[in-house]
Design a protein around this ligand. Structure first.
Ligand code: NDP
Length: 345
């Protein structure tokens, strides 16, 4: 059996060009075809990225003897494309947010389950060595009882990405669906528990179009009582990203770690002083693709390996983001209701 999977790329996108095509190849996979809604753009994209085929038709892509699709179109398209792939018996690694409505995300996960195909959500940050080191430290009791977390994820949206994200509400624009979903997943992953409610305020700082937030700040309450504050934005040119967890016996301070690049440091501060955690940087997207591939290869085992983030993880991150938007809209605390029974952690 070949080491890697044969992939179809759904969407001639920046994320695929900058990270995922390389990650697929680095994990031994093959990019067979790309689908674009524009024939000429698709052809040019295929040529520039060394992809043998391009097509405007999803069914042509799905008929191309592929094992998996990477769905990375704008957010409103993920659902139909995932359902079509599942129907064709093709595994799906889908970008976040999975969809615009929770019921759609549930449908996507259910369809993949019914078809017996693996579904993953491409939450890259749980693949970061820094984030994994913090999860291990929390689980290993290094900071005692976790009390607070802080997520610093305000960035500057580069000019080449200042399109649908800040202009097109129908495509699922805004900082919350774009960035807060990642915070939600990372918080759940590091703390190892589920959020209960959230209070958030959104901001229009001059970049987002009419009614589209380009910044947000909020507080999440977790089941155990941990409080987590988060700040996400498209508008801050000079901010530093970070992730902190403060516990009864110590604090974890991750700097420059809410990013696509394998960079950043984590310091553990406790009664014995300050210690830099050992971090072995690894390409986040290669790790995500490799985990997905392993899940596909192991799908017939009784206890199957999972993708780094499952479809259920994608539902849960969306649930928190949607609750944050509801809180900002209503001015009240909003419950986080993913509609899932068992924990995905
Ligand atoms: P892009 O803006 O690059 O692409 C989105 C869509 O826009 C494409 O599907 C394409 O349509 C169309 N498009 C692209 N370039 C052009 C152009 N020059 N002219 C006209 N239309 C164009 O999206 P991103 O790569 O930024 O994001 C795609 C998805 O990935 C989103 O769901 C996003 O949330 C997610 N994402 C995830 C990240 C992660 O780290 N997990 C990071 C960044 C994004 P067509 O395909 O029909 O050609």
């Amino acid at each position: 059996m070949a080491k890697g999977l044969r992939w179809g790329i759904v969407g001639a996108t920046t994320i695929a060009r900058e990270w995922m095509i390389g990650a697929i190849r680095e994990s031994g996979g093959e990019v067979v075809s790309v689908m674009s809604s524009d024939v000429e753009r698709g052809k040019a994209y295929a040529r520039e990225n060394g992809i043998p085929h391009s097509t405007k038709s999803l069914s042509t892509l799905l008929g191309k003897d592929i094992d998996a699709v990477y769905v990375a179109t704008t957010n409103e398209k993920h659902k139909a494309q995932t359902l079509a792939a599942a129907k064709a018996g093709i595994h799906v690694l889908c970008e976040k947010p999975l969809a615009l409505r929770l019921s759609d995300a549930h449908q996507m996960v259910a369809a993949c389950k019914a078809a017996g195909v693996v579904m993953g959500t491409n939450h890259h940050l749980r693949n970061a060595a820094t984030i994994r080191a913090m999860r291990d430290a929390v689980a290993g009791g290094k900071i005692g009882k976790p009390l607070f977390a802080r997520v610093f994820h305000a960035v500057y949206l580069p000019p080449h990405l200042q399109g649908w994200r800040i202009k097109d509400a129908k495509a699922g624009s805004g900082a919350v669906m774009d960035i807060t979903v990642h915070d939600a997943d990372t918080l759940r992953f590091v703390l190892g528990e589920e959020p209960v409610s959230v209070t958030a305020y959104t901001q229009q700082g001059g970049m987002g179009g009419s009614g589209i937030e380009d910044g947000v700040m909020g507080v999440v309450r977790f089941k155990s009582g941990v409080l987590a504050q988060f700040n996400d934005a498209f508008t801050t040119r000079y901010a530093t990203t970070g992730f902190e967890v403060h516990g009864s016996e110590g604090s974890l301070i991750g700097t420059n770690c809410m990013t696509q690049k394998p960079v950043g440091d984590v310091v553990l501060r406790d009664a014995s002083g300050e210690h830099k955690l050992e971090i072995k940087p690894e390409n986040l997207y290669v790790r995500s693709v490799t985990a997905f591939q392993n899940a596909v290869r192991g799908q017939n085992l009784s206890s199957p390996p999972q993708p780094a983030a499952t479809g259920e993880d994608g539902i849960r991150s969306m649930a928190l983001a949607l609750a944050a938007l509801k809180s900002a809209r209503t001015g009240r605390e909003a419950k986080v209701e993913a509609g899932l029974v068992e924990t995905g952690l």
